[in-house]
Design a protein around this ligand. Structure first.
Ligand SMILES: [Mn+2]
Length: 387
């Protein structure tokens, strides 16, 4: 018995405000293309089970176009691989907070051979495979009543599928999802544990895996830059696991940072040009970040901004992340005559003044997350040309 496992498709994801000839956001079109490749290659494998472990859509209310495209693709998949049973669960991105809002994923259960679990925990039985799949969508794990996570003694093959942050992951990736403790799930009790939520491929046990997102759609895409994207094929009888790489139509490149200290504006211009020249195949249409450390504001102002705008036009997204020299100062007291940056203010507040109601909050993880959001906001701003 064979299964294919994917998660975090994030259909309808949009970024960088640029559209293609059909008026569709370019990144949304990229994600749709990778999704098509995923389905084509899964249909070729024609597994007994196709498991989709949550975050099919990027938002609770995807556009009609995104819904229609996904519906069409899953319908065609069924025609191409009629024997494959498809099981979809909802993740934190596609689960409305209020249960009565209804979940768009329900629609997909209209397709023969597709089953969807989006609210309560549910065990699906596949008698012809002598298999049972216990489905734990996001809402089942954040509910007050914790689900019982046990295999079905009457099934030969027991699979657990959950959209959750496993506690062994880095803290920052816990954001948004229920945390699953190591004690909750013992992989040796299951034939396979199909996880979703974490966007990087991560094998927690020989049979317990995050396949990762199919495209680079995280808050911080730079963390995913050089990490492979793909899906899992698992042979239940032989316990053999394979990772199939999916190639994104658009590279995300985080260039080696430049040390800006002591460089003149002209020297820095040259260093930026050399860094961009090093991108194989050129920068056109790509997503690129170049960090430059220790750049005083007056040096930054004198850079060749016409040239930088040109780079921004050629790339889909070029983020020149120039950071001023860090001013070392005593904790909690600003140097006279200098206002705190937003970043410094955030860190000072969260680290020293804020008193959480709950002891469960990880202060450093929260600081890291806050800083990341600020960086995102700055990137969005600089993408619009307002430096
Ligand atoms: Mn996700």
């Amino acid at each position: 018995m064979k299964l294919v496992h994917t998660a975090d498709l994030h259909l309808g994801y949009r970024a960088y405000h640029r559209t293609n000839a059909y008026g569709i956001n370019i990144r949304e079109a990229d994600v749709a293309r990778t999704f098509r490749e995923l389905l084509d290659r899964t249909a070729e494998i024609a597994p007994d089970l196709f498991l989709v472990a949550g975050d099919v859509f990027h938002t609770v209310r995807p556009s009609n176009a995104a819904i229609a495209d996904a519906f069409r693709r899953f319908s065609r998949f069924h025609l191409a691989a009629p024997e494959t049973q498809v099981v979809i669960i909802a993740g934190n991105h596609d689960s409305p907070r209020a249960a009565e809002t209804g979940n768009i994923l329900r629609l997909f259960a209209e397709i023969p051979s597709v089953q969807v679990v989006y609210q309560e925990p549910k065990r699906l039985s596949f008698p012809q495979l002598d298999a049972a799949v216990l489905c734990l969508p996001h809402n089942a794990l954040v509910s007050e009543v914790q689900p019982v996570i046990e295999p079905d003694p009457d099934a030969a093959v027991n699979i657990l599928m959950a959209h959750t942050a496993h506690e062994s992951l880095k803290l920052i990736s816990h954001f948004g999802a229920a945390v699953m403790r190591s004690d909750d799930v013992k992989p040796e009790e299951w034939s396979y544990v199909a996880l979703g939520h974490y966007h990087l491929y991560e094998k927690l046990a020989p049979n317990m895996v995050y396949p990762g997102a199919i495209e680079r759609t995280s808050i911080d895409v730079w963390l995913e830059a050089d990490q492979p994207k793909g899906f899992i094929e698992f042979d239940v009888v032989e316990g053999r696991l394979g990772f199939h790489e999916l190639e994104s139509p658009r590279p995300v490149i985080d260039l080696e940072p430049i040390a800006g200290r002591d460089l003149t504006p002209a020297e820095l211009d040259q260093a930026i040009e050399a860094a961009l020249d090093s991108v194989p195949g050129g920068i056109d249409g790509k997503i690129i970040r170049l960090r430059v450390f220790d750049v005083p504001r007056d040096v930054y102002r004198e850079l060749d901004h016409r040239r930088i705008r040109e780079y921004r036009t050629r790339a889909l997204h070029f983020h020149l992340d120039a950071r001023p020299p860090q001013i070392v100062r005593r904790e909690g007291s600003a140097a006279p005559g200098r206002r705190l940056t937003l970043q410094e203010e955030l860190v000072a507040f969260l680290r020293h003044r804020w008193k959480p109601d709950s002891g469960k909050v990880d202060r450093e993880a929260l600081i890291e997350l806050g800083l990341r959001y600020l960086q995102q906001a700055q990137e969005a701003e600089s993408a619009e040309g307002r430096d």
